[in-house]
Design a protein around this ligand. Structure first.
Ligand code: MN
Length: 485
C-alpha cells in the first residue's frame, strides 16, 4: 500500500444552515461529494455516493479502476431510484470526485481517479498546482470554447449549472483514469465551495504555507473560503504521498491543461497527468449514449436568490431543476474544434491542389495540337497550341509557299486553319495538299528529292505531293479537321 498521509475539513459555510457536502478519507480511498436538491435531498444523495464508495473500496483488498467506476455507477442507480420513488427526494443528485489506490494496469499500484460533476481534483508537484479533473459544468464548456476565461468562470452567474451529476439520469458517464503514485505529490479534492471563493493561486499559497500537515492545510483552505464569503458548503481533502515513484524532472513535465486530448476510449492505459477520460462506463452500457443532464445547483447561491438556467423552473423546496440537456457533452467541444480546424486546412489544401491541377491541365491543353495558317508575312506556317488566356500558339515551322504562290483551293484550305495532332501530320498536309498555281495542273508524281522541302531542318520522310489535290491514301485524314477558329 502506498504510504499516504491525509487530512480533511468541511463546513456549511457562512450562509447555509446545512451541509450537503459529504466526504470520506481513508487509507486507500478519498471521496468528495457535493449534493444538490435541497434539504433532505442533496445531503442524502451525497451521503449515498460516499457510502457506496467507502463500503465497496475501503477494505484492504486490491481494487481496480473498474471497481471504482462500478461503485459510482451503482451509486448513480441508487440515487436515481431513490429520487424517483421518494417524492421528498425528487431530483436529488450529487457530484462525486474520488481517488482510490488501485491495482496498476501494468504493475504495482496507481491512483485511480474518477469524476462526475464540478467538484475538483488537483495535484501539487514541484510547487505547481494543476487541476486533474474536468468540471462537468456549463461554465467549463464556455471556458473550453474560449468564450470566457477561468477567472470569469469563477464569478459567472451560471457557474452553478452542472452538466453531469449522479442521480439525474438512469445512466451516467464517469471520467476515470489512473495516475502514478509519485513521492512528494500532494493531491487536493474539493467541492466548488472552495474554488468559487478563492483562486488557484490562493490555494497554492495556502498549501505551501502548510506544506507538512495535510490536516492543517485542509482546514486552512476551508477557513479561507469562509473568509472570502463562504457562500456555499465547502469540503477539502488533502493527500500527501510520502512514498512512491521518483518524481519526474520538472523540465520533462508537460502542462496540465484541462483539454481533452484525442482520447481513445479503448485506451485504458496509464496517463501521466493529463486527464484521460477513457470511459469504461460507456462501454458497459453497450454503446448507449448518456445525455448529460443539466442540473441547477440552487444550493450554491444564497437562500432567496436561486440562480436558474433559462427555462428552468424552480422545483418545490428549492430542489434541483432539470433543464434540457446541452447539445453536446463538454468533452466533445475541443475535439470538434480540432476537427473543424483540420477540415478547414484540408479545404484550403484541396482548393490549392485544384488550382494547380487546373493550371497544369490548361497549360497542357493550350499547347496541344498543331494547325496550319498563314503567318504575318503571308507565308504558310505550322503552329503549335492555341490562343487561350495568356497562352498563344507558337510558329514551329514555315512552309515553302506564301499566299501569292498558292492556288485558290490551297489558299482556302490554309484559311480553314486545319488542325493536326502532330507536327509531322501538319507537315505532310502542307506537302501533299497545298499546290502552287504554277504547278496546279501537274499531276505527275514528284520525286522526293524535288518535293518541296517543308521545313527548315526537318525531315518529313513523306515528300510526295499529289497535284490533284486529293488526299493521299496514307493521309492523316483521321486527324485533319477544320478548325472552328
Ligand atoms: Mn457546492
Amino acid at each position: 500500500m502506498a504510504e499516504l498521509r491525509w487530512g480533511a475539513a468541511t463546513d456549511a459555510g457562512q450562509l447555509r444552515s446545512q451541509n450537503e457536502d459529504n466526504q470520506f478519507a481513508g487509507p486507500g480511498l478519498f471521496v468528495v461529494a457535493d449534493g444538490m436538491g435541497g434539504h433532505l435531498a442533496g445531503e442524502v444523495a451525497s451521503e449515498m455516493a460516499v457510502n457506496q464508495l467507502s463500503e465497496r473500496l475501503r477494505d484492504e483488498n486490491e481494487h481496480t479502476l473498474d471497481d471504482l467506476v462500478q461503485a459510482i455507477d451503482d451509486a448513480n442507480t441508487d440515487i436515481y431510484d431513490g429520487s424517483v420513488t421518494n417524492p421528498d427526494q425528487a431530483g436529488m443528485g450529487t457530484t462525486v470526485t474520488a481517488i482510490a489506490v488501485v491495482a496498476d494496469p501494468h504493475d504495482g499500484e496507481a491512483f485511480g481517479v474518477a469524476n462526475v460533476g464540478d467538484s475538483r481534483g488537483y495535484v501539487m508537484r514541484h510547487g505547481r498546482l494543476r487541476q486533474i479533473t474536468i468540471d462537468h459544468s456549463f461554465v467549463q464548456e464556455l471556458v473550453a470554447e474560449g468564450a470566457i476565461t477561468r477567472d470569469e468562470a469563477r464569478v459567472h452567474p451560471r457557474r452553478n449549472i452542472v452538466t453531469r451529476a449522479l442521480g439525474i439520469e438512469p445512466l451516467v458517464r464517469v471520467d476515470s483514469w489512473t495516475m502514478p503514485i509519485i513521492r512528494g505529490d500532494r493531491f487536493v479534492l474539493c467541492s466548488d465551495g472552495l474554488v468559487d471563493e478563492i483562486t488557484d493561486q490562493h490555494i497554492t499559497e495556502i498549501l505551501a504555507a502548510h506544506q507538512f500537515d495535510p490536516d492543517e492545510a485542509a482546514q486552512a483552505l476551508v477557513d479561507a473560503a469562509n473568509e472570502a464569503g463562504g457562500r456555499d458548503n465547502v469540503t477539502v481533502i488533502v493527500i500527501d504521498v510520502l512514498e512512491g515513484d521518483d518524481p519526474p524532472d520538472p523540465t520533462e513535465e508537460f502542462d496540465v491543461i484541462p483539454l481533452w486530448i484525442d482520447d481513445d476510449d479503448e485506451d485504458t492505459g496509464e496517463v501521466q497527468i493529463i486527464a484521460d477520460p477513457s470511459d469504461p462506463a460507456e462501454a458497459d452500457v453497450g454503446g448507449t449514449t448518456v445525455m448529460p443532464a443539466v442540473a441547477s445547483r440552487t444550493d450554491a447561491t444564497p437562500t432567496g436568490s436561486p440562480t436558474l438556467p433559462d427555462g428552468a423552473e424552480p422545483a418545490g423546496d428549492g430542489a434541483v431543476a432539470v433543464a434540457t440537456p446541452p447539445e453536446t457533452a463538454p468533452r466533445d467541444r475541443p475535439v470538434r474544434r480540432r476537427i473543424a480546424r483540420v477540415a478547414r486546412f484540408l479545404l484550403v489544401l484541396g482548393v490549392a491542389a485544384v488550382i494547380v491541377l487546373g493550371f497544369a491541365i490548361l497549360a497542357a491543353w493550350a499547347r496541344q495540337g498543331y494547325f496550319v495558317a498563314f503567318d504575318d508575312d503571308g507565308q504558310v506556317g505550322i503552329y503549335q497550341g492555341r490562343s487561350v488566356l495568356w497562352f498563344e500558339p507558337t510558329l514551329e515551322a514555315t512552309g515553302p509557299f506564301d499566299r501569292e504562290a498558292l492556288d485558290e483551293e490551297s489558299i482556302d484550305l490554309v484559311y480553314g486553319e486545319p488542325n493536326f495532332e502532330s507536327q509531322g501530320s501538319a507537315e505532310r498536309y502542307v506537302a501533299e495538299r497545298l499546290s502552287p498555281t504554277t504547278t496546279s495542273t501537274t499531276t505527275t508524281t514528284v520525286p522526293s528529292t524535288t518535293a518541296p522541302a517543308v521545313i527548315e531542318g526537318e525531315t518529313t520522310g513523306e515528300a510526295t505531293a499529289d497535284g490533284d489535290g486529293e488526299p493521299a491514301p496514307d493521309d492523316t485524314t483521321a486527324t485533319a479537321t477544320t478548325s472552328g477558329g
